[in-house]
Design a protein around this ligand. Structure first.
Ligand SMILES: C[S@@+](CC[C@H](N)C(=O)[O-])C[C@H]1O[C@@H](n2cnc3c(N)ncnc32)[C@H](O)[C@@H]1O
Length: 305
């Protein structure tokens, strides 16, 4: 804390992040294979990767690989390259299905990254969902994991943006306790690494038809904590496009892609749900990609036009 006060309360991750003023956001929505897209992204340019990959569990036609970790290692390697020094990657997954069908799971990915990359495991978040299917031959699944890796120890982390307010009774009790700082109590509590958020039900208003659409609330907590206004979030397994919706609402730029041509249809169903107080935004297609701030910044840095 003393070190923080010396630098106006800013952690090293915030001092090295480029906290710019933002008055509109730009979002590329593409129909590309993850590796084709990654090869085009400049090194060190992305603040956050939201990564919810297929896991070889035959959920759909896209979920079937011969050698899963060999394939995954290619996009993991590229992900590390494109992240900025303050950047991080959030990888969704689980391990409960491993013996049922496929060969890939989050444990293998974590092991691979710890053995083959310099990235640092900052958290294994347990996303606990109280709703789900019942099971008879094992305990019913009620959690999925999200592995958070920082590219370096300068990874950006904005705890204040995701604090959870105390309920009024707890707050009143804490405010009477002279050992506690009132400003910390006002800020709310750390959400911890166990997040309880329902999965989307079939009749959820958020649901747009993608079989594994994640709740916006989960994506929002990642985006708020691990990126900052005006930075770029990348999601190359975009599915429903929920990352784009959250980035529009949270004033981040984004690049999202999926091999499925349904992405734009799904997203067009999410766009009417975007909060009305969001900044103005533009959607770019593949032929307009060069106009995305990520590429404009790169041209400016290289002095090319
Ligand atoms: C688990 S889903 C992502 C769901 C998404 N997070 C959401 O909340 O809507 C994985 C997605 O990866 C896409 N996909 C599979 N293989 C891909 C590849 N090689 N490149 C890009 N996308 C791919 C699938 O079409 C699928 O939509």
């Amino acid at each position: 804390m003393n070190a923080l006060r010396k630098h106006n309360g800013l952690h090293v991750s915030e001092r090295s992040a480029n906290l710019t003023n933002v008055n509109e956001t730009i979002h590329a929505v593409l129909n590309l294979d993850c590796l084709h897209l990654l090869k085009r992204i400049p090194s060190g340019s992305v603040q956050l990767i939201v990564c919810d990959p297929p896991y070889n569990i035959n959920l759909a036609a896209w979920d079937n690989f011969g050698n899963y970790i060999e394939w995954a290692s290619q996009w993991l390697h590229e992900s590390e390259r494109v992240l900025s020094e303050t950047g991080s990657i959030a990888i969704f997954g689980g391990l409960q299905y491993q013996r049922e069908a496929g060969t890939g799971d989050l444990l293998q990915i974590i092991h691979h990254l710890r053995s083959n990359s310099r990235m640092l495991l900052m958290n294994l978040v347990i996303w606990h969902y109280p709703n789900g299917m019942g099971a008879h031959r094992f305990f019913s699944n009620r959690h999925e994991e999200i592995a958070l890796f920082g590219k370096t120890n300068k990874y950006f982390f904005d705890l204040d943006a995701v604090r959870i307010p105390f309920d009024s009774a707890t707050k009143a009790t804490y405010l009477r306790d002279k050992r506690l700082r009132p400003d910390s109590i006002e800020k709310g509590k750390n959400p911890t690494n166990v997040w309880t958020v329902n999965r989307l039900n079939a009749n959820s208003v958020e649901r747009v038809g993608h079989p594994t659409q994640k709740p916006a609330e989960v994506i929002r907590r990642l985006v708020r904590a691990l990126s900052y206004r005006g930075s770029t979030v990348l999601d190359f397994f975009a599915g429903s496009g929920v990352t784009t919706k959250v980035c529009i609402e949270e004033a981040r730029n984004s690049i999202v892609s999926d091999t499925s041509g349904d992405l734009m249809d799904y997203l067009s169903r999410l766009i009417p749900q975007i909060r009305v107080d969001s900044l103005p935004f533009k959607i770019l297609n593949e032929s307009e990609l060069a106009a995305h701030p990520l590429f404009v910044d790169e041209r400016n840095q290289n002095g090319t036009r």
